[in-house]
Ligand binder design. Structure first.
Ligand code: NAD
Ligand code: MG
Length: 398
C-alpha cells in the first residue's frame, strides 16, 4: 500500500493530537510532512521528534528560534518557520491530505490555501465555513479539492448519505431531512437563572467530549450546534427548512439522515473524535482508530428531546444568520469569538455571550463581503465593535 502524506494545521490542539494518534496507529499508511503548533513549543517539539516532518510552524520568530535550537542535532529533516508565511507554507505543502484543525477565524486563510491545491482536506475548522461558506465552497469547486468533514455530526451525515449524493440535490436522493444531534452541553439541565454565574471551568467541563476551550464554551451555549447547522448547510447544500437539531445527552448517535420513504439512518459510536478522523483519513477504506466498540447492552438507553432555545438562544441566531445570508455567518462568528474570549478571560458573564451576538447581528445585518479581504475586514470590524460592547458592560465579573 502506498504511503499517504499528511499536513496537520493545528497539530497541538485537541483535534491535532487525536489525528496524530490515529496516524501513530497506522504508521505504514501515512507520513507526516508538516505540523503547525502556534504557541505550544513543548508539544510541537515532541511531535517533531516522533513524526519527523519536513516543516514545523509556530506563531512568531522567537518561538521559531527556540524550536530550532531544541531540534538542533536531532538529525531531523525539519525546517522551522513561523507566522502567516509559515502557515501558508504548511497549508501549501506537498501533502495528499491536509487536516484543517486550527481553531476559529485564524483557520480561514490557511484552509483556503490548502483548498486551492485541489487535494483532500479534512475539515475540523468549522468557523472557516461559517465565515465564508460561499467563497469557501466556490474555491472547493474551482480546485476540485475533496472536502471531508471531521466534525462528528457532519462525518456521521456524510456516512449516512447515499454514496453518490450530489451537493445541493439531496432531495433528488430521497433525503427529506438532516438531523444533527447535540449533547446539550454541561448546562443542559440547569435552570435559566443558575446560568448567570457559571465559570469558564464549569463551561469547559463537557460531560461527553474532551475538546479545546473555545469549542467547549460553544457547546455550553449551543452555539456549537448553531455553527454546525451552518456548516451542514454549506457542506451538503441543504436548506434550513430541511435541517433540524435534537438533544441527545449520551452523544452516541452522531447525527441522522431521514429519507422520503420513512427510513432514518444514523451513525453511532463512542464519543471520540478519532473515529471521524480515521474515517476521513482513510476514506473510502476503514482503518483502526483506537476507539473501543460500543457496548449497547451496557448503554441500555438512548434519549432524545427538543432543544430549549429560551435558555440557549444561540441556536436560533445561527438559523437567523443562515436565512439572512450574505456575510451574516461571518458576523455571527466574529461576535461569538470575541464574546467567548471575554468570557474565558473572566471579563463577561456567560449569559452575555448571546446578547453580544444578537447585538452584532442587528447592527451589521445586511452587510456583504465580496472576497476574502472584505470578509477578513468585516471580521475585524465586528470583533472590535463586540469588544467595545463588552468593555462597556465590564467592571463585570471577577
Ligand atoms: P484547540 O484549541 O485544542 O487547538 C487549536 C489549534 O489551533 C492548536 O494547535 C493551536 O496551536 C492552533 N491555533 C490557535 N490559534 C491559532 C492562530 N491564531 N494561528 C494559528 N494556529 C492557531 O482546538 P480544537 O478543539 O482542536 O478545535 C480545532 C477546530 O476543530 C475548531 O475549529 C473546532 O471547532 C473544531 N472541532 C473540534 C472538535 C473537538 O472535539 N475538539 C470537534 C469538532 C470540531
Ligand atoms: Mg461537532
Amino acid at each position: 500500500m502506498a504511503v499517504t502524506t499528511v499536513s496537520v494545521l493545528g497539530a497541538t490542539g485537541s483535534i491535532g493530537t487525536s489525528t496524530l494518534d490515529v496516524l501513530r496507529r497506522n504508521p505504514y499508511a501515512f507520513r507526516v510532512v508538516a505540523l503547525t503548533g502556534h504557541g505550544n513549543v513543548d508539544l510541537l517539539e515532541s511531535q517533531c521528534r516522533e513524526f519527523a516532518p519536513e516543516l514545523a510552524v509556530v506563531a512568531d520568530a522567537e518561538r521559531a528560534a527556540d524550536l530550532r535550537q531544541r531540534l538542533a542535532g536531532a538529525g531531523l529533516p525539519t525546517e522551522v518557520d513561523y507566522g502567516a508565511q509559515g502557515l501558508d507554507a504548511a497549508a501549501g505543502a506537498d501533502a495528499q491530505i491536509t487536516v484543517a484543525a486550527i481553531v476559529g477565524a485564524a483557520g480561514l486563510r490557511p484552509t483556503l490555501t490548502a483548498v486551492a491545491r485541489g487535494r483532500r482536506i479534512l475539515l475540523a475548522n468549522k468557523e472557516s465555513l461559517v465565515m465564508g461558506g460561499a467563497l469557501f465552497m466556490a474555491a472547493v469547486e474551482r480546485s476540485g479539492a475533496e472536502l471531508l468533514p471531521v466534525d462528528s455530526e457532519h462525518n456521521a451525515i456524510f456516512q449516512c448519505l447515499p454514496g453518490n449524493f450530489s451537493r445541493g440535490r439531496l432531495v433528488d436522493s430521497g433525503v427529506s431531512r438532516v438531523v444533527l444531534t447535540a449533547s446539550g452541553g454541561p448546562f443542559r439541565d440547569w435552570a435559566a437563572d443558575a446560568l448567570e454565574g457559571v465559570t469558564p471551568e464549569q463551561a469547559c467541563a463537557h460531560p461527553n467530549w474532551s475538546m479545546g476551550r473555545k469549542i467547549s464554551v460553544d457547546s455550553a451555549t449551543l452555539m456549537n450546534k448553531g455553527l454546525e447547522v451552518i456548516e451542514a448547510a454549506w457542506l451538503f447544500g441543504v436548506e434550513p427548512a430541511h435541517l433540524d437539531v435534537v438533544i441527545h445527552p449520551q452523544s452516541i448517535v452522531h447525527s441522522f439522515v431521514e429519507y422520503a420513504d420513512g427510513s432514518m439512518l444514523a451513525q453511532l459510536g463512542n464519543p471520540d473524535m478519532r473515529t471521524p478522523i480515521a474515517h476521513a483519513l482513510a476514506w473510502p477504506r476503514r482503518i483502526p482508530a483506537g476507539v473501543p466498540p460500543l457496548d449497547l447492552v451496557r448503554l441500555g438507553q438512548l434519549e432524545f428531546r427538543a432543544p430549549d432555545t429560551t435558555r440557549f438562544r444561540c441556536l436560533d441566531f445561527a438559523f437567523r444568520a443562515l436565512r439572512e445570508g450574505g456575510a451574516s455567518g461571518a458576523i455571527l462568528n466574529a461576535a461569538n469569538e470575541a464574546a467567548v474570549e471575554a468570557f474565558l478571560q473572566h471579563r463577561m458573564p456567560f449569559t452575555r455571550i448571546a446578547d453580544i451576538i444578537a447585538a452584532a447581528l442587528d447592527e451589521f445585518g445586511g452587510t456583504d463581503a465580496a472576497d476574502l479581504d472584505a470578509l477578513l475586514a468585516l471580521d475585524r470590524d465586528v470583533r472590535s465593535r463586540a469588544r467595545a460592547m463588552i468593555a462597556q458592560c465590564a467592571g463585570g465579573v471577577q
